[in-house]
Design a binder for this molecule. Sequence first.
Ligand code: MOS
Length: 672
Amino acid sequence: MTRVEGRVKVTGLATYAAEYPVEGVTYAYPVQSHIAKGRVTRVDTSRALDMPGVLGVLSIEDPPELAEDADAELALFQSRDVAYRGQLIAAAVADTYENARAAADAVRVSYEPADHDVSLRADHPGLYRPEVVNPNYPADTEQGDVEAGLAEAATTVDVTYTTPVLHNNPMEPHAALAVWAGDGRLLVYDSAQGASLDRDTIAKTLSLPPNRVRVVSRHVGGGFGSKGTTRPHAVLAALAARAVGRPVKVALTRQQMFDVTGYRTPTIQRLRLGADADGRLTALEHVAYEQSSTLVEFAEQTATPARVMYAAPALRTAHRLVRLDVATPSWMRAPGECPGMYALESAMDELAYAAGLDPVELRIRNEPQTEPESGLPFSSRNLVACLREGARRFGWDRRDPAPGVRREGEWLVGTGVAASTYPARRVPSKAVACVRNGDFLVQVAATDIGTGARTALTRIAADTLGVAPDRVHVELGDSDLPDAPVAGGSMGLASWGSAVVGACEELMKNGTEGRADTTGEIATDTRLARHAFGAQFAEVRVSAVTGEVRVSRLLGVFAAGHIVDATLARSQFIGGMTMGLGMALMEETHTDEEFGGFLRRDLAQYHVPACADVQHIEAMWLEEQDERLNPMGSKGIGEIGIVGTAAAIGNAVHHATGHRVRDLPITPAKIL
Ligand code: MOS
């Protein structure tokens, strides 16, 4: 199937949040903090209010009414305390975008600054163990005796990897358009990953019952996690519209996005591995250090993949967090699993070299029978099959393991492998299916963030109803439709699709309408470990002259349950792998130690891969039937593509050069 909304997208007819034509629309432009910590002593709005077209200025001097228990990142203009540089501390509202921006510029803010601390360090005195890590895992786990396992090992590695702050950078910047209707109901067109959740959060923040708020997100130009939770721009639009009595649009600039739409926490990760003479793990320890803000605790589940991946008689994972004067980190594609697997899979490569074993073979030797931490059986796993199939397709058996010995002119050539994993989740969702004009209408408040969700749901409904896909019309992206979870956590299609199947089956039974309200579990459910797996192979060429790394080949082989649509799935996988390439070689946001906040706040300096950076990329999958997941037998594929890619590339760089870079991104300066 081609994308059902493909035509409206390429002809420019697809309407995004900032584009809805609304009568009498006005614009709000934020004023951001210039200090990283301290207090706002005064916001002088007098000059701004005199400027042309200005309708008002919102600030702490006249705090808008908000729920007392609002999320601290969304509690706009409620406190004089500054938590990070770039925080929204005021906003000007005017008849045009330009007038609002000029007025925001004319707002004078006085501060009482305090000393800030924005640096994550593994020896930071403020580090603590969070109660749980996202979404609700224990922060620390331990079984067996790691010290004893390391002491008896024939080979050990003790290595530390670091990853930088990363920013999501979807193509469509965050934007919201808020309209208060005559009946007091609030309509927000928001670029968001989940209309139902966004509605609930906006309603809670404004102390409104959820049925007084409607969120519409029919088309969304990417999110990658940054639109998964409500962002301050949406609350600002609603508050400003309430204050001036007219619709208000807030469209963030790319630079503003770097400050207020979340980011991936930097990590410091220490791995200690021990293996016996046969390469079987005797101990595995993964400790992750991360940051959050002083406002909200966001504890990323970085070390959790180590609880899933390999059999080890002694296994310890731990997370330590420090609250800094920074914005709160948030979700970024495969939050936790992605940086965690970068470190674990790089360390496994180091262990393979230390033990004199092939890195594919090392992983196969440590394949567990059940999920290592929980002891639960896997619903399906197939990691070994992915490794074997990938090795066969990639030509791995011809590989000379010696690092730093293949040279073609100025180019050093190497190959690397890493495993991937991501949880296969499913949560409650509702859906309705009915007959309309002889065709079928399916309604669910799902969101298509560019992944092709609309198309996949059309296909699922058509398959269930036994009709051609062009007779099915799917309506989504509107919180007035049946409640549905976010497009996130790689669980969208599994959750929405289950409800759509249920609604379509119901419709077939009674002939006019079907409703489903799925719980997220299925009848045959037993306690199982549910994850997707994959194997990533990379070939790199490293210039001995400039240190430039080119990725000449990437191959991903995945075991992700039933693949609902091959074209869409391939795009998801190679999209994820391309982001992994960016993570390995390019992407990095610098924290400004002196002033707080971030440096490199645009796409000229925050580099993401372009087509020319992706020379040969291939994604494929094993046929996997796993009926204990959901009616489709599918596992999520939104995020697993990025997991492991950076490790495969880093491992290939080591194989090419003989040099191990343990600090991402692998830029030329770190190679030479
Ligand atoms: Mo994805 S980071 O779960 O939106």
